[in-house]
Design a protein around this ligand. Structure first.
Ligand SMILES: C[S@@+](CC[C@H](N)C(=O)[O-])C[C@H]1O[C@@H](n2cnc3c(N)ncnc32)[C@H](O)[C@@H]1O
Length: 214
């Protein structure tokens, strides 16, 4: 039994993953992660990374394939099991560990060269600003904090209600970071082409915050 099976977040996300098929093992990483890391190239050599809300491990496995040692964190035991299976299939098990956390309650006690928080969004009550501040605190000097959020609702999303997304600048302000300690690499809204579960294609918007710690 997962330590978080009895929290609201644990029950919600575990039911979601356990109730649906695993994503194909060849599903690639998030486009912005690949774009930012490829762009930084040797300026950000592989080191230790944490993937917050890693889901089924597409980003974690991709990072491990590029030489990163990755800690995948999620509240769902099924998601973490699938992350390990994906890493094994890709031959990078030795560089992917997983840890179960309800991030509203606990956080890995380590620091990292890359903290990836990709679509760490939930319909449940979640102390997001506090968790993202904790994420920033876990970034080592010269490391990268990458926060990418949905900033539009995809036409195939289950949630077609009126949703207001904070801008990248609003989220950045909520982190309350000392500007003397950080360099802005990207803080912006960015459109991308996305493909839905039935192959439908649409333009969606992400809010991207990529900061280097000095
Ligand atoms: C919208 S999904 C995004 C997953 C993945 N990072 C991606 O880019 O596709 C959010 C993920 O965060 C996880 N999550 C939600 N609330 C959480 C919490 N309180 N603690 C830890 N993980 C959580 C979910 O289980 C899910 O895998």
């Amino acid at each position: 039994m997962n330590a978080h099976d009895d929290t609201e977040a644990g029950r919600f996300w575990e039911d979601l993953y356990a109730g649906r098929e695993a994503r194909p093992l060849d599903a690639g990483p998030n486009a912005v992660l690949a774009d930012v890391l490829t762009g930084l190239g040797e300026d950000l050599p592989p080191g230790d990374a944490v993937d917050l809300g890693c889901a089924e491990g597409a980003d974690s496995t991709w990072l491990a394939g590029r030489g990163w040692t990755v800690l995948g964190v999620d509240v769902s035991a099924t998601a973490l099991e699938r992350t390990r299976a994906r890493a094994a299939r890709a031959g990078v098990s030795d560089r992917v560990e997983t840890e179960a956390h309800d991030l509203g309650r606990s956080f890995p006690i380590r620091s990292f060269d890359l903290v990836n928080a990709h679509y760490l969004q939930t319909p449940l009550e979640f102390p997001r600003a506090r968790v993202l501040r904790r994420a920033a605190a876990a970034v080592r000097p010269n490391g990268l904090l990458l926060i990418v959020d949905h900033a539009s609702v995809a036409p195939w999303s289950w949630n077609q209600g009126a949703v207001t997304f904070p801008t990248a600048r609003t989220t950045l302000a909520s982190l309350d970071l000392d500007p003397a300690d950080w360099t802005e690499h990207r803080v912006e809204a960015a459109d991308r082409e996305a493909t839905g579960p039935d192959g439908q294609v649409a333009t969606v918007t992400d809010n991207v915050i990529a900061l280097r710690r000095r």
